[in-house]
Design a protein around this ligand. Structure first.
Ligand code: PGA
Length: 253
């Protein structure tokens, strides 16, 4: 049975924005978005700007998210950040398994799975990224790749599987200006929901939000977001300017 799923638009700032720049951008988004009851809005600045962005959006509907974390509680992990440190800064969300981390830092589904479990344990909502490369799509392997990533990254969660968000981000569409067509994206989103149904049950699968990511911008957001299984967006480049990010949020309202 189809369930109502509140749309969620998250800005993934990646390695952009200093403390002052982040504060400016967050203030700009907040100014234009004082009320958006039908959409969850999330800003994910780099670690160094979490505090200033968090302060800038305090008392607003906008929530804070991080872009990564370690799965352990504390310890000898030079350069890493643990879940409690994110909670300390009032993060609600954390992006996990982004394709840039899978590609450049060799994060496997197994590692992503450890992080997903640690995030849920710490009451953070993971935004779990999956998606195929161009080569995999051309070889007709999109469904195999996506199924493996979903089952691997989300294994062993039990009922907690409903406490996360999935971001389907075809790697070939990230930062390239190439966007999946609404039909292409919908097809994969529906497939992912089918995989979730096999892993959990129909009710749970129907309640999990699946964002699309990959060159989403004001010009294509409304059409993508009107697809039945596209429940929001994970926005990179277009989230670096308050006006374009806010336009995408409005397209989701
Ligand atoms: P993009 O990035 O919107 O710049 O394509 C999306 C992402 O990588 O999350």
């Amino acid at each position: 049975m189809k369930k109502f799923r509140k749309k969620i638009i998250a800005g993934n700032w990646k390695m952009n924005k200093t403390v002052a720049e982040g504060e400016d951008l967050a203030t700009g988004v907040k100014r234009e978005l004082d009320e958006c009851p039908d959409v969850d809005v999330v800003l994910c600045p780099p670690f160094t700007a979490l505090k200033s962005v968090g302060d800038a959006i305090a008392d607003s509907v906008i929530k804070l998210g991080a872009q990564n974390m370690h799965w352990q509680d504390y310890g000898a992990q030079t350069g890493e950040i643990c879940p409690a440190m994110l909670r300390d800064l009032y993060c609600h969300y954390v992006i996990l398994g982004h394709s840039e981390r899978r590609r450049d830092f060799k994060e496997t589904d197994k590692v992503v799975n450890l992080k997903v479990k640690a995030a849920i344990q710490a009451h953070l909502v993971p935004i779990v990224c999956i998606g195929e490369t161009q080569k995999q799509r051309e070889a007709g392997k999109t469904e195999d790749v996506v199924r493996d990533q979903v089952t691997g990254s989300l294994s062993g969660l039990g009922d907690s599987i409903t406490k996360l968000v999935i971001a389907y981000e075809p790697v070939w569409a990230i930062g390239t200006g190439l966007t999946a067509t609404p039909e292409q994206a919908q097809e994969v989103h529906a497939f992912i929901r089918g995989v979730l149904t096999d892993m959990a049950d129909e009710n749970s699968a129907e309640s999990i939000r699946i964002q699309y990511g990959g060159s989403m911008k004001p010009a294509n957001a409304a059409e993508l977001l009107s697809q039945p299984d596209i429940d929001g967006g994970l926005i990179g480049g277009a989230a670096l300017v308050a006006g374009s990010f806010v336009e995408i949020v409005r397209a989701a309202m």
